[in-house]
Design a protein around this ligand. Structure first.
Ligand SMILES: Nc1ncnc2c1ncn2[C@@H]1O[C@H](COP(=O)(O)OP(=O)(O)O)[C@@H](O)[C@H]1O
Ligand SMILES: [Mg+2]
Length: 470
């Protein structure tokens, strides 16, 4: 059922109910007027000479009234019937007994008048029992039976309701059709626009005009398609990043893997010849595996940071432990590259609130960069200490070639790789490390400072509040 049909049907139902209620009220009114007229006319008729005539011969009097010719009878009605009763409602000798239902009604009404309508008779008749003003003697009550007005639904003055009802319904229906035309058109247009927009990936605009409920629906649709568009764009962007990332990763893994295979093959050959493999080759193979392991750790950390439901664990971590562990982990790499790795911590513990895995990964990246970007004979220093009230500072500095000032802000960008010295003869790595450092620092609400170290290389400082958070 369309909105328009539903509205017309509702209006018609309400109008019909209204008409029926009005008609029944009007019919009730007509009936009451008829009852009142009967009572008044009967009392005034009986009040004259009729009372004496009645009290003398009640039975004959009543029969005479019923048979009286038109003009002399109180009511011009061929169905008129008249009977009288004394104050105990007993008929005169030979008269018809009083109808029990009518008597009951009279008692219920307080003894003055009672009426009953006989709808089953055709034509409908009304019986009234009326107490006379004197209220005593054989004619204390009169029972009148007369034809009732037509028992159909009537409106004012007996006008049949159809004459009024049909035009009223037609006018109401037309008004609704006219009134609903514009909103229905707008709903149709909205439905069309939403459908078309959906087919085009919600890129087509949805018109929002007016200031009613339809406008609200249109606004909600426009907002919803905006959200869908945003989600789709975000999804596409994520897919593109993932694809590029996969391509780069595959490419970057291939180089160290090929190098590792080369070193291992050479080691195998010399072993086959019964020679001791050259320590430099073994060191290089270890370096490649270290590099690959670090790369995969960074990929895992990046995936964790990228996850929309990422929650950083915030538990007390001893920073001096972190420094000692990272130093131990990179000691061998540093040694093989001829770089001296040193670390200094103040009296432990130096507690910070952190996600221990992410913190280790971030510090490890900074140290790894300082070693890999350094030259043989270089130095890397790592230290953690409390600084101003309730804060810590973790610094890693090296005396390598450093980062050109204009590149400093860019090294934290994902995918940035400098042109510095590398084990693979050119820019290496995924450009992920420093980006992870920056995101981990931001996640904890700490600060990251990058600058030139006083020894010529890079100096990275992480600063934040110390304490176990209690
Ligand atoms: N200590 C450093 N000395 C010189 N250059 C550095 C240092 N640390 C980082 N860089 C530069 O920043 C770039 C990005 O580093 P990073 O984000 O760790 O990338 P990757 O994951 O490839 O190691 C490196 O390619 C390098 O050019
Ligand atoms: Mg790195």
């Amino acid at each position: 059922m369309t909105l328009r049909v539903r509205l017309v049907a509702t209006v018609a139902a309400v109008a019909l109910a209204g008409l029926v209620a009005t008609a029944s009220l009007a019919a009730g009114h007509v009936r009451q007027a008829f009852q009142r007229a009967t009572v008044e006319r009967t009392r005034s008729f009986m009040g004259g000479n009729a009372r004496a005539a009645c009290e003398t011969a009640p039975l004959a009097f009543a029969a005479g009234v019923a048979r009286a010719p038109a003009g002399t009878a109180p009511f011009a009605d061929p169905a008129l019937d008249w009977s009288v009763y004394d104050d105990a409602l007993v008929p005169p000798q030979g008269g018809p007994p009083l109808d029990a239902a009518l008597r009951e009604r009279l008692e219920r009404n307080g003894g003055d008048t009672a009426h009953q309508w006989k709808w089953s008779e055709n034509p409908t008749v009304m019986e009234s029992l009326i107490r006379m003003p004197w209220g005593s003697g054989p004619c204390a009550y009169v029972r009148v039976r007369r034809s009732a007005p037509p028992a159909r639904w009537t409106l004012w003055g007996g006008m049949p309701p159809l004459h009024v009802g049909v035009p009223v319904l037609v006018v109401l229906g037309l008004a609704v059709l006219l009134g609903m035309g514009a909103p229905v058109r707008r709903i149709r247009r909205l439905a069309g626009e939403v459908g078309a927009s959906g087919k085009q990936g919600f890129t087509l605009p949805i018109h929002v005009d007016g200031s009613d409920e339809i406008t609200e629906v249109a606004r909600a649709f426009a907002a919803a398609s905006g959200t869908v568009r945003e989600h789709m764009a975000h999804r596409e962007q994520q897919e593109r990043v993932l694809r590029e990332f996969m391509e780069n990763t595959t490419h970057d893994v291939r180089t160290p893997l090929a190098a590792l295979q080369g070193e291992l093959a050479a080691i195998a050959e010399s072993a086959a010849r019964g020679e001791t493999p050259a320590p430099a080759r073994v060191a290089s193979a270890i370096d490649e595996t270290q590099y690959l392991a670090a790369m995969f750790e960074n990929l895992a950390a990046a995936a964790r940071l990228d996850s929309p439901n990422m929650v950083a664990d915030q538990s007390p971590v001893d920073l001096t432990d972190v420094v000692v562990q990272v130093a131990a982990r990179y000691r061998l790499v540093a040694q093989q590259r001829g770089v001296v790795l040193e670390h200094a911590v103040e009296d432990p513990p130096l507690i910070v609130q952190a996600d221990s895995t992410l913190l280790q990964q971030a510090v490890g990246n900074v140290v790894q960069n300082a070693i890999r970007c350094n030259r043989r004979g270089g130095h890397v220093a790592m230290m953690a200490h409390p600084c101003s009230a309730g804060r810590f500072q973790l610094t890693v500095l090296d005396d390598g070639p450093g980062v050109p000032a204009q590149d400093l802000p860019r090294i934290v960008l994902r995918g940035f790789r400098g042109a510095g010295p590398s084990a693979h003869g050119g820019p290496h790595g995924l450009g992920l490390g420093m980006n992870i450092v920056q995101r981990v620092v931001a996640l904890h609400g700490w600060e990251l400072h990058l600058g030139a170290s006083e020894y010529g290389g890079l100096q990275v400082t992480i600063e934040g509040p110390a304490g176990d958070g209690k």
